[in-house]
Each structure stands twice: as structure tokens, then as C-alpha cells.
Design a binder for this molecule. Structure first.
Ligand SMILES: Nc1ncnc2c1ncn2[C@@H]1O[C@H](COP(=O)(O)OP(=O)(O)OP(=O)(O)O)[C@@H](O)[C@H]1O
Ligand SMILES: [Mg+2]
Length: 377
């Protein structure tokens, strides 16, 4: 008896839908659940041309509008199975993402799908609710880029944000080039590269990495034959070097470890130690074997370098382990946020249609202390 009442109370249609639309993968599910109901590629088959297109490779906003309509239609009616009209949706958005993407997405949700209310939550702020801490340095390494925003006592330190075009995509490009050269008779697709990357490649240790391409180069790890119609030879050097792009300095001397140290330097002095001891890695690329330990050794070496030794007096770095896989930690944070009974700052359909704009943190009107008219508690 009790069970059926529970079922009625938690009718999925009444719950908030949580969406994290990443450049490679979209995670979706219901508020209050521990894992997403599904993770699908952020791409859709164009109805006219039948060509598979990534949503983030849009040409202009009207093209993006069409792509999002098709993609969300498939998501709502095939995967989440709800009637989007009047539903409550929480979307995780990176504060560093292009504003036109956010504005078009909100327009599609309200004008095309006529959803009831929308809550936009920062991808970097959401994951801290999975840890029960109020301060963390959140580094997201996904597909297109690595982004970082430190959080102190629940507030995002926006002046310390960092972003670099380092993520799964650069690794794919390296692998695609190397594998095509080595296996000219095999059709190397993006999907195959991804499989090979996740199953055979790894982040090597700092000690081995400094010796690569020198006279004292260590013996490479064993090669792997990847099975298929035509088996693909993945040499040990390729397996080991695939992720080196993430650690090499660019022309401005920046890489993933420098992002962390530069962000800490930009934060107020009394927050620095706390942030260094509360690093949270999110995003699928951080799941690669050896990623966290390499990052830690890079950080410990870098803080001793001339450039950072004068500026930073930090000698320990600690990493959190969230109760989820890193690729959906932000989603889980959203699912926790969406299930609490606190008065949420949702944008309702009525308010959106009245104002015809999306509240944004860079806009002064939305940053006033007293409650803004576009939100509703
Ligand atoms: N177990 C794994 N090991 C290594 N890489 C992985 C693993 N699982 C996923 N990835 C990689 O993580 C990347 C996707 O991560 P994620 O889902 O966080 O990206 P996204 O949110 O779509 O991208 P972005 O945040 O940049 O918009 C892909 O490149 C994928 O190959
Ligand atoms: Mg992401």
C-alpha cells in the first residue's frame, strides 16, 4: 500500500528534468535520482540531409535553433518520455559558454516546447553539493575545453576563472592523425578513435614524460591490437603520448596545471590554502587512468619553479572524490539541487515571455541585491 503511495508522490512527470548538454555528451534524468537516466551524444540526424550533426558545430543562431528543436524533440519524446509542455527543467550551464547558445536554448525551451519553468545552474557550482562542502576549486575537463572556477563559501570567484581549449578533442585529433598514418587501409572513424582512446590510452607519469623523445627514452608500453573487421595496431608510444597535449605548455606557457595555480593566485590570500586542499575534477577526460596523479605531480613540481615559488606558499594539494563518475558529477549536483524544497530561483514561462530575455550574471540589472523582477521564488 505504502509503495503505491510512494509511486504516486514521485510520479516522474511531476519531477524536475535535469539536463547537462555538453559539447560531446548530453546527460539527462530526474531530480532526486543518483544517476542520469541516460547519456547520449549531443548530435542529431538532420531530417532533410540525413547527415549526423553535432549541436555545437552550428553555423549561426537560426541553425542552432533548428538543431536544438530536433535534438530536444528526440530527447523528450524518445529518451525522457514526458510532455515538455509546462514541465520543470533544470539546465546546467557553464558561465564561460557563449551567451548565444544559452539564449537560443532558452528560446527553444520556452517558445517551441512551452515548458513551465527553467532553472539555470552553473556547471561549476552544482558539483559542490555532491560533496557537502562549501568551498572547492572545480576543474572541468570535458570534450572541447578545460574550464575552472573556484568556489569559496558557496560563491563563485569569477575574477579567477580559467579556460583553455584542452579536452578530449585534442586527444582525438592526435589519435586520428597517428592511427591514419599507421593503418592507411582502415576507415578510422571518430567513434572508433573514442573507443581506442578510452580502452587503450592512458596518462603517463611525469618522470616518464620528461624522458619521452630524448636519448634516455623509457621502453614503450606494449602495443595493442584493437579487434575489428580489420584489426588496428595501436603502438605503445601512441597509447602513452596521446594525452601529452594536455600537459604541454602553449605559446603563453599555459596548460592544465598552470590553470589551477593561476586561479589560486588570483584568489584572495586567505582562501588559497582551502582551495588547494579542495580540488574537484569533473568532466569525462579526468576519468582517464593516471590523470589525477599526473596532475598532482605536475602541481608539486610547478609550485617549486621560480615563477610560482615567489607568488605561492602552498605545498599540498588534495583532491575530492565525488560519489559519482566525474562525467556526470555536474549532473548529480543538478539532481540534488532540483530535489530540495528551498525556494528556487526559477524563470517562469510567464516572466520569460514578458521580459523576452534571459537573466545573465554579467548584466547589472540581474546583479542587484534586491530580488530581480524576472525571477520568481
Ligand atoms: N573512462 C573514460 N576515460 C577516458 N576518457 C573518457 C572516459 N569517459 C569519457 N571520456 C571522455 O570524456 C569526454 C566527454 O566528457 P564530458 O561528457 O564531460 O564532455 P562534455 O560535457 O560533453 O564536454 P564539454 O564539457 O567540454 O562541453 C569524451 O572525450 C570522452 O571520450
Ligand atoms: Mg561538460
Amino acid at each position: 500500500m505504502l509503495r503505491s503511495y510512494e509511486g504516486v508522490r514521485f510520479l516522474p512527470g511531476k519531477q524536475m528534468v535535469i539536463l547537462d548538454i555538453g559539447s560531446a555528451y548530453t546527460k539527462f534524468g530526474w531530480a532526486g535520482e543518483p544517476t542520469p537516466r541516460g547519456i547520449i551524444r549531443t548530435e542529431i540526424k538532420c531530417p532533410e540531409t540525413k547527415v549526423l550533426r553535432r549541436i555545437y558545430d552550428y553555423k549561426d543562431t537560426s541553425d542552432l535553433y533548428q538543431l536544438l528543436v530536433e535534438f530536444l524533440h528526440a530527447l523528450f519524446l524518445r529518451h525522457v518520455v514526458i510532455s515538455p509542455k509546462d514541465s520543470r527543467i533544470l539546465v546546467l550551464e557553464s558561465l564561460l559558454a557563449p551567451i548565444e547558445f544559452k539564449e537560443t536554448l532558452v528560446r527553444v525551451l520556452f517558445r517551441h516546447f512551452e515548458i513551465g519553468s527553467l532553472l539555470l545552474l552553473s556547471t561549476h557550482l552544482a558539483p559542490i553539493s555532491t560533496l557537502g562542502v562549501s568551498s572547492a576549486l572545480v576543474l572541468d575537463v570535458g570534450y572541447k575545453e578545460a574550464t575552472l572556477i573556484p568556489i569559496f563559501e558557496g560563491a563563485q570567484i569569477l575574477k579567477a576563472w580559467q579556460v583553455l581549449p584542452l579536452g578530449g578533442q585534442v586527444v582525438h585529433e592526435y589519435l586520428m592523425k597517428s592511427l591514419k598514418e599507421l593503418n592507411p587501409n582502415v576507415d578510422i572513424t571518430e567513434k572508433l578513435v573514442e573507443e581506442i582512446k578510452v580502452r587503450t590510452c592512458f596518462v603517463t607519469s611525469l618522470e616518464r614524460s620528461v624522458k619521452l623523445d630524448t636519448a634516455q627514452a623509457p621502453d614503450p608500453p606494449p602495443a595493442v591490437k584493437y579487434p575489428g573487421v580489420k584489426s588496428i595496431n595501436v603502438p605503445g608510444e601512441v597509447r602513452e603520448k596521446a594525452f601529452e597535449m594536455l600537459w604541454e605548455r602553449d605559446n603563453d606557457n599555459l596548460s592544465i596545471p598552470t590553470m589551477i595555480l593561476d586561479a589560486i593566485i588570483k584568489c584572495p590570500i586567505d582562501t588559497r590554502q582551502v582551495l588547494a586542499e579542495n580540488i574537484l575534477l569533473i568532466g569525462g577526460t579526468t576519468m582517464t587512468k593516471g590523470f589525477a596523479s599526473r596532475l598532482k605531480s605536475e602541481l608539486l613540481t610547478l609550485v617549486k619553479s621560480n615563477y610560482y615559488a615567489d607568488k605561492l606558499k602552498i605545498h599540498t594539494f588534495k583532491f575530492h572524490t565525488a560519489p559519482s563518475k566525474p562525467n556526470y558529477t555536474a549532473w548529480l549536483g543538478g539532481a540534488i539541487f532540483g530535489s530540495v524544497d528551498l525556494p528556487l530561483r526559477c524563470l517562469t514561462k510567464e516572466n520569460y515571455l514578458k521580459m523576452d530575455r534571459v537573466p545573465d550574471w554579467v548584466n547589472l540589472i540581474d546583479n542587484q541585491r534586491d530580488s530581480s523582477p524576472v525571477y520568481e521564488a
